[in-house]
Write a protein of this length. Structure first.
Length: 365
């Protein structure tokens, strides 16, 4: 098949795989298509909880039509025995004659072994089709495997002058309904939503996806050093469903929250409070691949200072609050411009009367 045709099918597989974002952790959300004689005969996406894998779903749909077909898979098929047989073995057994992938799997249990097993069985393998898109699609899983932590998106919703609330704490609503709906879509595409204890106390948030007709919910995480959260708040009343995880200092009174159904994590302290590097490592160890942080200002500053922010999504409203309003980000450690974190804009679009921008860190050359 021609290279343009391979790219078209792979982009379709990537679009399919994106449907599982926020649901497949600790596994990546993979898309797989089975194509025979230019016709789609099977498709699959990694199922909630990470199994069955996308290849298995696509092969089951294709049935006997998989024999002699081409499989387009957004990530190298697994080659290790887990709870189910390896996907590379399933593709071989089904009679697939060609496999096209977008990205190699950095997991040391797979890394190159999936491709090698397919080639050893006489299957033609074409790698790195839509490679940049494949890397983007699996950035959460790759970050957990390579760095031991989830990909972290920092979401900010501010006035024109960078404020998230008035001096009295009033913040509903700075942005309009289109931007707020987009935030719920953003939550749905992440495994978890993270806020600091101050935000949890001030806003009494649900941290859920609402009004989109989506069945799954992200894990809700609060970083609260002393676990001094209101016992009558929304999070306390719904601690077991959706899941509530609490990151706290050693010695904080965790047992009462555990009895409510929350999962708790002892996080060591550094000079500024909870050690956010250790916190993110603990969340990665628990299987999370994509975390959305929604503030507050001190937590945002700590994550930025630690170099843990992989993307900033900024919603800006046509509103001026003034210098006595609450800043979106607390004071940072650096005082010289050359030492402060810098970002490059990768996307900008209007949402009603608001503007959404996406920024990625500028890496040293």
């Amino acid at each position: 098949m021609s290279a343009p045709a391979d790219e078209r099918w792979m982009r379709a597989a990537l679009t399919l795989g994106a449907r599982g974002l926020g649901q497949s952790w600790p596994n990546p959300s993979v898309g797989a298509l089975i194509v025979r004689d230019g016709r789609l005969v099977g498709r699959g996406v990694t199922q909630p909880g990470g199994r069955p894998h996308a290849e298995r779903m696509a092969l089951d749909m294709a049935g006997p039509a998989a024999r002699g077909a081409t499989a387009y898979v957004t990530l190298e098929p697994c080659a290790h025995q887990g709870q189910t047989a390896p996907c590379s073995t399933a593709l071989i057994t089904a009679g697939i004659t060609r496999v096209v992938t977008a990205a190699s799997d950095p997991d040391p249990r797979v890394s190159g072994r999936g491709h090698a097993a397919l080639r050893a069985a006489g299957i033609t393998v074409t790698e790195h089709v839509c490679a940049a898109e494949g890397e983007e699609a699996h950035q959460g899983f790759f970050t957990r495997i390579r760095q031991g932590r989830p990909w972290l998106t920092l979401k900010l919703a501010t006035s024109l002058d960078g404020r998230i609330a008035t001096a009295s704490g009033e913040s509903r609503w700075i942005t309009g309904p289109d931007a707020r709906r987009d935030v719920h879509l953003l939550r749905a595409r992440h495994d978890a939503v993270l806020v600091g204890g101050g935000t949890a106390r001030a806003d009494d948030p649900d941290l859920t996806v609402r009004d989109l007709g989506i069945g799954h919910q992200p894990v809700r995480i609060v970083a609260a050093r002393r676990l001094d959260l209101p016992e009558t708040g929304r999070l306390a009343q719904t601690a077991g469903d959706p899941p509530l995880w609490l990151c706290h200092a050693p010695g904080a009174p965790a047992s009462a929250w555990q009895e409510r159904g929350a999962r708790t994590f002892d996080i060591p302290l550094d000079g500024q409070g909870l050690d956010v590097r250790a916190m993110m490592a603990a969340l990665g160890g628990a299987g999370l691949t994509r975390v959305l942080c929604e503030g507050g200002g001190r937590l945002a500053a700590s994550l930025l200072d630690a170099g843990l922010v992989d993307e900033v999504v900024l919603y800006t409203a046509g509103l001026a609050i003034g210098g006595d309003g609450r800043a979106a980000i607390a004071g940072l450690a650096g005082h010289e411009l050359s030492h402060l974190p810098r970002f490059e804009r990768i996307d900008c679009r209007p949402l009603g009367q608001d503007i959404r921008q996406r920024w990625r860190p500028l890496r040293p050359a």
